[in-house]
Ligand binder design. Structure first.
Ligand SMILES: Nc1ncnc2c1ncn2[C@@H]1O[C@H](COP(=O)(O)OP(=O)(O)O)[C@@H](O)[C@H]1O
Ligand SMILES: [Mg+2]
Length: 344
């Protein structure tokens, strides 16, 4: 009997990891988090969803680790533990079928970090690791003509990075990755509340505020949300607790900087794009993907600032892994066409 290897696509993001298994689709979609414990803090306690449930209420002996930072491996051992957990969850532990892996990488990743990533996957018992640029994967996952002789622009707003690329004939013609993403907006909200209200809030609260109230354009119907935090002016408030009403207008002000940085990067890439390809982009628009692309009015903001149509992907957070899935699903075809992403 012929057993088709359960080849897999892995989108190892700063915030979330998604795994696509051939013939099955997306089987893992969990936060890129690890909780460890023990004296040397190397003993695995929880990964992914389970780690997220633990986070915030950990014991003294436990710590929460984000193995990926700004799109690159920040903690190698923890990344391997996390990857192994997700791969096992996706395909089991069978030694008979050795899956091939296609994993997404930020654009412009240097050789050292490319090798570290491939090595981390190989440490999970995988022999063949192909590295595919995130925007290319996102373009394929959004059914864009990434391999045609036309210019396609993809902007992937992730947790820790925003990747901007002009793609043509399956290659990155011009690209840039900046360490600005959804988490940068969370931090901006934390700092804004600290400055304006002398109150400290946690990262999760900030993320929820961003999703609830955050907007890249001022809203015509402002709203507000009651927020609790720790009072930084020790002499007021009961036991350091404090409450404020945070408004859409305030959230808008807080995240302006990161939104501007994203637009400036797109502009930088456009300025370096060959004229024929720019003409294609003016006609077909900029394609927005990544979880951060769900920020209220970010598409409208970019379109207004640059005067170019902007199209938000249908499932922004899934585009990259869907693209990796397309490769995994059609590997033979990609090989025959010379389109298989390079081995790491
Ligand atoms: N509705 C939303 N509005 C604004 N940001 C969002 C929304 N949903 C998710 N995000 C943000 O998207 C980011 C994660 O996007 P994702 O593409 O999964 O990142 P990565 O690929 O870097 O792991 C997080 O910062 C998260 O807060
Ligand atoms: Mg992503």
């Amino acid at each position: 009997m012929h057993i088709r290897t359960p080849d897999i696509g892995i989108d190892l993001g700063t915030s979330n990891t998604l795994v696509y298994v051939r013939d099955k689709g997306i089987v893992v979609n969990e936060p890129s988090l690890v909780v460890v414990e023990g004296a040397n803090r190397r003993q695995l306690h929880a990964v992914g969803d389970e780690a997220a449930r633990t986070a915030g209420r950990t014991k003294d002996s436990q710590i929460v680790i984000h193995p990926i930072r700004n799109g690159i491996i920040a903690d190698f051992d923890m990344s391997v533990l996390m990857l192994r957990y997700f791969i096992r969850k996706a395909v089991g532990v069978s030694n008979v079928t050795r899956p091939r892996v296609v994993i997404s990488v930020p654009v412009g990743l240097d050789d050292i970090n490319r090798r570290a990533l491939a090595e981390a996957v190989r440490s999970c018992g995988i022999r063949h690791v192909h590295l595919m640029e995130k925007p290319l994967a996102a373009a394929v996952g959004s059914n864009l003509p990434a391999y045609d002789p036309v210019g396609t622009m993809v902007v992937d707003i992730g947790g820790g990075t925003t990747d901007v690329a002009v793609i043509s004939l399956g290659g990155m013609v011009v690209c840039q990755s900046i360490p600005v993403g959804g988490q940068t907006m969370d931090t901006a909200i934390i700092n804004h509340i600290k400055r304006e209200f002398k109150m400290l809030i946690g990262g999760l609260t900030a993320e929820n505020l961003k999703i609830d109230l955050g907007t890249a354009m001022p809203l015509t119907e402002p709203r507000s949300v009651r927020v609790r935090g720790r009072n930084l002016l020790a002499h007021t408030g009961p036991r350091g607790c404090h409450e404020i009403d945070y408004t859409t207008q305030q959230a808008y002000q807080a995240i302006q900087e990161p939104c501007k940085a994203i637009v400036n990067t797109i502009r930088w890439v456009l300025e370096r794009t060959p004229p024929e390809l720019s003409a294609d982009i003016l006609r077909t628009g900029i394609h927005l993907t990544g979880g951060g692309a769900q920020l209220c009015a970010i598409d409208q903001y970019i379109a207004t600032e640059l005067g170019i149509p902007v199209l938000l992907a249908r499932d922004p957070a899934d585009c990259t892994v869907q693209g990796l899935g397309h490769v995994v699903q059609n590997m033979q075809h990609y090989m025959e066409m010379g389109r298989m992403p390079p081995l790491g």
